[in-house]
Ligand binder design. Sequence first.
Ligand SMILES: Nc1ncnc2c1ncn2[C@@H]1O[C@H](COP(=O)(O)OP(=O)(O)OP(=O)(O)O)[C@@H](O)[C@H]1O
Ligand SMILES: [Mg+2]
Length: 267
Amino acid sequence: MPLICVCSPKGGVGKTTLTANLTYALARTGSKVLALDFDVQNALRLQFGVPLADERGYVAASSESSDWSQSVLSATSNIFVLPYGEVSESQRLEFEDKLAHDEHFVSRGLNALLNYPGLIIIADFPPGPSPALKALSPLADLHVVTLLADSASMAVLPHVENHRLTGAPLNQRQGEYFVINQTDNRRQVSRDIAAFMEERLGDRLLGVVHRDESVIEANASQKSIFDFNPNSAAAFDIEIIAKKIAAKLGIQVGDGTVHAMPRMSGL
Ligand SMILES: Nc1ncnc2c1ncn2[C@@H]1O[C@H](COP(=O)(O)OP(=O)(O)OP(=O)(O)O)[C@@H](O)[C@H]1O
Ligand SMILES: [Mg+2]
């Protein structure tokens, strides 16, 4: 605990990038953080230096073991990754079927990790509604809905507010919050839409992240924005968002306690 879900009604808005960099930002404060991938694209692991050829993941393993913690990889001493893994179509369908029809499947899979002292879990989802988001949402402490400052994001904002992502209010605990990604102050339309969303979302807006070439380059070099360019606008923006999330969840940071993770494989 705690569990944070990064989701969006839209694709390509920066969910995976934000999940990874929030993981790095929260880990910088001394917490142990696990980045958990629910997207068959299996892209989140690449942000933590897992080689493209490494096909390991918890989805394929879940047909043999109900405890997903056995598939956790260690990226650094306090950053962990649970990759989706490379799976066949039938493995994906079997996993989604269990997510949709076995109400204890997720809690069994995550039980050891959710009970691991002080571990922060940040989960990345595919765009739009998904069996994973529906199954995870009741366990989540906080949702971070990522949008762009564009008209397409404005058009789908009501989908979130009208519960079209899971058929129910997204979060019953700390609530659902928003991040507007890739704002570009040089473009009038971006400024106008960001201003509109800021007013509409009020306190539900955690922050905005500027469109920043450093993000793209950091992704390409499998580095966090903080390692790649700590002075970039995006590093500054994401740091603020991470601090707000930590404050909302009452995360005790950097207490120096060292716990061994259960059965963990290195990269
Ligand atoms: N703040 C930013 N500035 C510039 N580029 C960004 C920023 N955030 C994300 N990107 C770029 O946008 C692209 C999409 O990002 P990402 O893959 O994280 O989106 P996603 O929402 O996870 O996509 P999908 O819906 O396919 O899972 C990537 O090329 C990423 O480098
Ligand atoms: Mg993604």
